[in-house]
Write a protein that binds this ligand. Structure first.
Ligand code: GAL
Length: 431
């Protein structure tokens, strides 16, 4: 586990190296190697139902359909951001021996701890080899998909978690600059509140969105090295920086929309879009959402790294895997081949609000935000997301979110910190 976490630290360096390697490596076969699949149904399981993510998925279905016209895709989505409902449905199906053809799973601990170690997946190293992909992905990305010398899923993207999105018009009207520190954040929040605008939109009807906000606050309070150590047992959950992050989060909650517990992440993003709130801290799937409702990046909305986190990129990656006994295995392999191809990724990511996991995406297809994310991913410190399966096992994430459920309601810093210590112990990472 520690080994995988270290890999995030070197990922940016490795990305640059792999770009150089890719430039002189063997040519990828011009087209994905699978011949048209004879037919049948192919069930693709995900939680992509919101604006942006649904369009991205459909674009990838389009690429698949053009190559495999006789296969009927069953779009098995379970609504609920971050897989808040989908993961439970998937677990029940997998336990019952009823896997879909392929399913969405976060690269990192979610993939490895939940599914690979449990013996539920087929290794897909052969797909990487057959398609000449081994030098098309940053070695650090391949590492987080690997276990026991094999690769276990195909990454379709890289998302960034620590982004503050803001309404440019509101900021201009109030003579404000987007905040880069917590002090600036609270100063802007006071000004916005005085002007009658909700400063920060939150939609945590799935508690993961509060965990998502908190991981950005943690990083902003403690910096990348200490943040990384939280997931390896090297940083003390009982220490002063975690306490500071909890206090900052509690302070932030005074500036959040009152109905936050009733809203989804995209409804919170919508508040920023329509000007009923000024900011939201959300992963860059919010960018896909903003574009899906017709907003232009850097016009209808702006972005900065969440307070105190410039220079660090909290990363996560959506991937698709091959369950053992996948129905219509040939079609599932064909799907994974599209997911990992340049064509598939360049169709999906510009709509999804993510950047390709491959290093050779066509930059000209990506808007100004996504190009900035590409640059940041290549140059920033990379740390893993807790809320999206990269940093910690599913059990730990669940225990953590249980703590957050109480914390957003009672803002009891001491109780939350004790709960976080326990969650780390429960995961077997803290003594
Ligand atoms: C994340 C996922 C993203 C996006 C988001 C909201 O967990 O990685 O792709 O879908 O949830 O649903």
């Amino acid at each position: 586990m520690a080994k995988r976490n270290i890999c995030y630290a070197v990922m940016a360096v490795l990305l640059v190296v792999s770009l150089a390697v890719a430039a002189c490596g063997p040519e990828e076969p011009a087209q994905p190697t699978t011949a048209p699949v004879a037919g049948g149904e192919l069930e693709i399981f995900s939680w992509w139902t919101a604006g942006g993510e649904a369009e991205g998925l459909n674009a990838m279905f389009g690429v698949f359909g053009a190559k495999h016209p006789n296969v009927e895709i069953i779009n098995a989505t379970v609504a609920g951001g971050a897989g808040s409902n989908a993961k439970a449905v998937l677990a029940t199906r997998m336990q019952a021996g009823d896997p879909p053809g392929s399913f969405q799973v976060h690269a990192g601990h979610e993939l490895i701890d939940s599914w690979v170690v449990a013996g539920k997946m087929e290794s897909i190293t052969f797909i990487f080899e057959d398609n000449g992909w081994l030098d098309k992905y940053p070695p650090g990305v391949i590492e987080v998909l690997s276990y026991d010398g094999e690769i276990w899923s195909v990454p379709v993207n890289i998302h960034r978690s620590n982004v503050l999105w803001y309404n440019k018009q509101i900021f201009a009207d109030n003579g404000l600059k987007p905040p880069t520190t917590f002090d600036e954040f609270f100063a802007a929040a006071d000004a916005l509140q005085a002007a009658g605008v909700t400063p920060l939109a939150l939609g945590d009807n799935g508690i993961w969105a509060a965990t998502h906000l908190f991981e950005s606050v943690l990083l902003g309070a403690m910096g990348p090295e200490a943040y990384r150590g939280l997931w390896t047992g090297e940083t003390d959950w009982n220490g002063p920086k975690v306490k500071e992050a909890l206090e900052t989060f509690a302070q932030m909650m005074a500036y959040v929309n009152e109905d936050h517990a009733a809203l989804s992440w995209d409804q919170a993003a919508q508040m920023v879009a329509d000007g009923s709130a000024a900011m939201t801290i959300m992963g860059d799937w919010a960018e896909g959402y903003f574009k899906s409702i017709g907003l232009t990046p850097d016009v209808g909305f702006g972005w900065v790294p969440s307070p105190g986190t410039a220079g660090t990129f909290i990363m996560l990656s959506d991937s698709f895997g091959l369950p053992k006994d996948a129905p219509n295995r040939d079609a599932a392999i064909a799907w994974l081949t599209v997911c990992g191809s340049k064509e598939g990724q360049d169709a999906f990511n510009p709509l999804k609000g993510s950047i390709p996991a491959r290093t050779d995406g066509d930059r000209s297809l990506y808007d100004v935000y996504l190009q900035s994310a590409m640059d940041d991913f290549a140059s920033n410190e990379i740390v893993p997301s807790l809320a999206h399966g990269a940093a910690a096992s599913e059990g730990w994430v669940t225990a953590f979110s249980d703590v957050m459920t109480f914390f957003v309601a009672d803002l009891d810093v001491a109780a939350a910190q004790a709960g976080m210590v326990q969650a780390c112990q429960g995961a077997g990472v803290c003594p």
